[in-house]
Design a protein around this ligand. Structure first.
Ligand SMILES: [Mn+2]
Length: 369
């Protein structure tokens, strides 16, 4: 008998991020052929932060996935409006929109929302296509390069190098107001950002409970301040502080190994064991570190980067993680043209490595070895 644990309900669920038709170079039909895939993590990519989502658009998204044999197992991302992060008087109105969207997602049976609370920029990289010796290209970060440019220049570089794709979290209409956004965050310290996050979470928790929806904040990327902007989801202590401040199981985390690993002092298996059942979603990828503040993304295969992928998977098995997991950014290989980090080929390869680790380690655990 073949070992079939991955199909069991008491298993983690392999998913892929999908940006939607017209935005993603990968199709649902292609994703469906990946062994072990159970669903997608998607979004209404053309919605703007702060907008209330339309129930019809949510059903259409779900039906489209189901027609391709896949479930929508989560939303990435449902972005928070800057007013919520800054704590301006309009925030309550945007929080109300967010709450209504949670209700509609829950009603549609979509149980997970991944979001982040980073000011101005979502994730940051200094290079979207760094060439590696094997000819593949990867996303990379070099603090020395970031120190030499201003945010405006960085946005222009990102846009120029995105190959015509719109990068998640880098909406042109927001970036055209970059100076204004920086002014808006002028007086926002780490502490105020934290308080504003707590305010937001306390407000949305009743809807999350009522509609069975988990909130899963993504780790900041990278986990230190970029251009002087505060960062608050960066390490074990700070994540624990957030979970304790709103001590509701619905308030959880997207454990992103790549983002956490930007600081090699983050002991990822230890963080996983400490967060336990507050981990609602996992992004698993590998990074290669060459100097402090300098790293590039690598293949998921452990030996290609700096992360102990085996021990990370072991920690997820030890806490009994059964939620959605997805391979995170992949390398650009075999001439594929895609959104940087989100091609089909290398993420598909990575997903099979993750399933291999999972099956082997899970069986070992079940057999008590
Ligand atoms: Mn991630």
């Amino acid at each position: 008998m073949p070992y079939t644990s991955i199909k069991d309900v008491h298993c983690m669920k392999l998913t892929f991020r999908w940006f939607g038709q017209g935005f993603d170079s990968v199709t649902l039909e292609q994703l469906r052929q990946i062994p072990g895939i159970q669903g997608i993590i998607t979004t209404l990519y053309d919605s703007k932060p702060g907008e209330e989502w339309d129930a019809g658009a949510i059903s259409a998204m779900k039906e489209q996935a189901e027609a391709a044999g896949l479930k929508v197992l989560g939303i990435e991302s449902l972005n928070t409006h800057d007013a919520i992060k800054v704590g301006t008087p309009e925030r309550d109105e945007y929080i109300e929109n967010y709450i209504r969207t949670i209700g509609k997602l829950g009603t549609a049976g979509i149980p997970l929302i991944c979001y982040n609370f980073m000011p101005v920029f979502d994730w940051t990289r200094s290079d979207l296509a760094k060439k590696r010796p094997d000819g593949s290209t990867v996303l990379a970060y070099d603090q020395n390069k970031i120190d030499r440019i201003d945010p405006d220049t960085m946005f222009q570089q990102m846009e120029r190098n995105a190959g015509g794709f719109q990068l998640p979290g880098w909406e042109p209409e927001r970036m055209s107001r970059i100076k204004e956004l920086f002014r808006l965050y002028r007086n926002v310290t780490e502490e105020t950002l934290f308080e504003n996050l707590v305010y937001f979470l306390k407000a949305v928790m009743p809807a999350c409970e009522k509609y069975d929806v988990n909130m899963a904040i993504h780790i900041d990327d990278p986990v230190w301040s970029v251009f002087g902007l505060p960062r608050i989801v960066t390490c074990k202590e700070k994540i624990r502080r957030l979970l304790n401040a709103v001590d509701n199981k619905r308030n959880g985390v997207t454990l992103c190994t790549g983002s956490l690993s930007s600081d090699p002092d983050n002991d990822i298996p230890d963080i996983i064991r400490s967060l336990g059942d507050r981990i609602h979603f996992v992004h698993m990828r590998n990074t290669r570190h060459t100097a402090p503040g300098v790293f590039e993304e690598a293949a998921h295969y452990a030996a290609d980067g700096s992360l102990d992928m085996v021990e990370i998977m072991q920690a997820l098995i030890d806490i009994g993680f059964e939620g959605p997991i997805r391979p995170d950014h992949g390398r650009a290989i075999w001439g594929e043209v895609s959104m940087p980090g989100y091609g089909l080929y290398d993420r598909a390869l990575g997903s099979q490595y993750l399933l291999g680790l999972y099956d082997a380690l899970k069986r070992k655990k079940e057999q008590g070895k």
